[in-house]
Design a protein around this ligand. Structure first.
Ligand code: GLY
Ligand code: MN
Ligand code: MN
Length: 441
């Protein structure tokens, strides 16, 4: 069973416990999810649970009692050792392992959770718990909580509430520590190398599926857990379907190939990179024009991914270049501000320019706080991924030019993973080449 640096998690728990300021937090792990019959999807730990525990087993609970003295504040409920179960499903750390290796102040069998939770939280007031994550545990937690509310109202005590742990954890996870940055460097480097492998071997490949196999095989070879999300390997017009994952079309020499793929490391840090390359080694005139617009938009948006900027600004920089470029070639018409304001570019560019990246691919953290955009700070990691997708799936908005056939079937996105720094952003995925001269052969 996978285990990593315990100290990192101890430090995170200390910060989290301080933030809880007297409250009790109940953080549940993920469960195994059925794929079909009695076969399961590969296990994926809940990111918040992982972030605080480093414990990689399903159906476990971490209880944080911030009103208790040191040595009584971190309780784990885990699957107990069971030889027969372990023969079928693999090693587990058990109750003793949870204390010895994962530094729980006290660990119990998960079967004692229902009995012990009311005892542990009897003198806590508000509790911190994320709903809609683990239905079995949620039933227990809510039942115990409502009993507490009832008892308190009989005693004339003031109301208690359930708060979301996201209030505390999202803020922590948004700024990556030095340790996390080093893990993100590894995840993005492996992901970038996989894209390079595609670029180098594209001339030998016949079907999208072979590219998927190449990339995902490389992730495993490098010791990653696997793909961070369903790899998108989309040739020709398939690239205009944003979440295309069928990956089963033959490759045609005159088409482009859009690959959006990144690995997830054993400790769940993720890469998320997109490259679009000419399958036959040469861009057509139209493909090249669109590629140049997207690349210019992306490079400029990256330049603005620095401390003090914000994701709206990054998006707007990219959007303006895309709109101006599309106007120049007759695919949009009108005043740039007007087009942006009324969204009449959205049949060609229908998504935002990026998102936070970390333990989740679309990582946690606010983009806006009420009226204000969250300013970019050192240690934040975001993707910058503008694109243009030309098809006739979305009707051309009124007042905009109809699309000449020569443009149709061109779908281009370029996505890099960016570490925010003081002056110049660090492009973590820089090893994946993206200049036209690099992509043509
Ligand atoms: N691969 C998912 C995304 O780019 O957001
Ligand atoms: Mn992305
Ligand atoms: Mn992506």
């Amino acid at each position: 069973m996978f285990k990593t640096n315990t100290k990192i998690f101890e430090e995170r728990r200390e910060i989290f416990l301080k933030k809880l300021n007297g409250k009790a937090a109940i953080i549940s792990s993920s469960s195994l999810v059925n794929h079909h019959a009695d076969c399961e999807y590969p296990f994926r730990q809940d990111s918040n649970f992982w972030y605080l525990t480093g414990f990689d087993e399903p159906d476990s609970i971490a209880l944080f009692l911030s009103n208790k003295p040191k040595g009584e504040r971190y309780i784990l409920f885990v699957a107990p050792k069971d030889i027969i179960s372990e023969v079928w499903h693999g090693f587990r750390w058990g109750v003793e392992g949870a204390e010895r290796e994962f530094k729980a102040d006290k660990a119990h069998s998960i079967s004692d959770f229902k009995r012990l939770l009311p005892v542990y939280i009897s003198d806590s007031e508000d509790i911190v718990y994320s709903q809609n994550k683990h239905s079995k545990f949620e039933k227990i937690v809510l039942e115990i909580f409502s009993k507490q509310i009832e008892a308190r109202s009989k005693e004339g005590k003031e109301e208690i509430n359930i708060e979301s742990p996201e209030i505390y954890l999202n803020e922590m996870r948004l700024i990556k520590s030095d340790f996390e940055i080093s893990r993100m460097r590894e995840a993005t480097q492996i992901s970038a190398e996989a894209h390079e492998l595609v670029r180098e071997s594209i001339s030998l490949k016949k079907n999208e599926r072979q590219i998927q196999g190449l990339i995902e095989g490389f992730f495993l070879e490098k010791g990653a857990r696997g793909p961070a999300y369903n790899s998108i390997v989309a040739s020709g017009d398939n690239a205009c379907i944003l979440h295309y994952t069928l990956n089963n079309s033959d490759l045609n020499k005159g088409d482009l190939l859009l690959v959006d793929a990144g690995c997830s490391l054993m400790d769940y840090y993720n890469g998320d990179i997109t490259r679009t390359i000419p399958i036959g080694g040469k861009f057509s005139k139209e493909q090249k024009i669109i590629y140049e617009i997207v690349l210019e938009a992306q490079k400029n948006a990256i330049k603005h991914s620095v401390k003090g900027s914000n994701t709206t600004n990054v998006h707007n920089v990219a959007l303006r270049i895309l709109v101006d470029g599309l106007k120049e070639i007759g695919l949009l018409r009108g005043d740039t501000d007007g087009i942006i304001e009324n969204g009449s570019y959205k049949h060609l560019y229908m998504h935002r320019t990026g998102h936070w990246l970390g333990l989740d691919v679309h990582d946690v953290g606010a983009y806006r706080m009420g009226e204000y955009d969250v300013p970019l700070q050192n240690g934040m990691i975001l993707t910058v991924e503008p694109g243009i997708y030309i098809s006739d799936r979305i009707p051309v908005p009124e007042g905009q030019p109809s699309i000449d056939e020569k443009w149709k079937g061109i779908g281009i996105r370029i996505e890099d993973d960016i570490l925010v720094k003081e002056k110049e952003p660090e492009i973590l995925s820089i090893a994946a080449l993206k200049e036209i001269s690099d992509l043509e052969y």
